[in-house]
Design a protein around this ligand. Sequence first.
Ligand code: MN9
Ligand code: PYR
Length: 306
Amino acid sequence: MAFVDNKLAGLVAATFTPFTSQGEINLTEIGPYINYLVEKQGVKNIFVNGTTGESMSLSVAERKILADEWCGKARGKMDQVIVHVGCMNLKESQELARHAAQIGASGIAVIAPSFYKPSTADVLRTFLKEIAAVAPTLPFYYYHLPAVTGVNIPVREVLQNIEELIPSFSGVKFSSSDLMDFGQCVSHSPPHWSLLYGVDEQLLAALALGAHGAVGSTYNYVGRHINNLISAFNSGDLIEARSIQFKLQELLSHAFKLGFDVGVNKQLMVELSGLPLGPPRLPVRPCPLPQAQEIAQKYHNFVLHI
Ligand SMILES: CC(=O)N[C@H](C=O)[C@@H](O)[C@H](O)[C@H](O)CO
Ligand SMILES: CC(=O)C(=O)O
């Protein structure tokens, strides 16, 4: 039972990747970004180079430089930095996994490859094993995001005997609304795994099923409120917990109507945090300013009412 002492719990912000206005990675904003999360949002864990961080639009070299900077700047300030190392091919994922171990990441996560999709739980587990094996000292998380990857193998099946293949296996970032599958993962998991929920708008339901924490993009700017939701849930105050969840649902349903992708989300973060994170990278479209400002307006109403 490795890694029991360091179980990942609570909120984890999936970070945006700062770019310059010319579209190059911008390391100078990473320190201030970490300070913002800790001081303004009370968020002490980050998930870097994930979906929100546009990892699939970054080169391997860029991903290494970014991971290094996030880990370095987080030292002494954050509890955990999980580096997403998933790529479309095994070799690059292994290279990033080895690198994550060298730079002192707290753990690594891998999403299913989505061009050549694994067709069974067995082949997916084997793919994950080949990556975990090159960084055996790092806690390993499977990242399930079926709406984006198109890989819809029930996580419950993926977890079957997974510790025999991956001794460092430590949990799942579960970004699907299939709460039956999520519940089954919780009920069949050993106590040292972390099951982290990734659909921010329905976190409360996942907490009721036993989620240990949550990874999401919105915790970059609603972390403080969602920390209150979790505290209310833990103290049995479901009325308060629901009221906060409903507010986030209002905010996001408004955002979805206007079109809510990584580009819009990033610009919303820029508006709300004041951090100059730059535009997204193609093929994600830069967000028209009024669109982000309208969502930001809704956010300010949201904050005023909780
Ligand atoms: C597809 C995607 O990026 N999902 C994020 C994390 O898994 C969530 O944090 C969503 O951005 C959020 O729940 C809004 O839908
Ligand atoms: C949202 C999330 O967890 C990611 O950006 O990967």
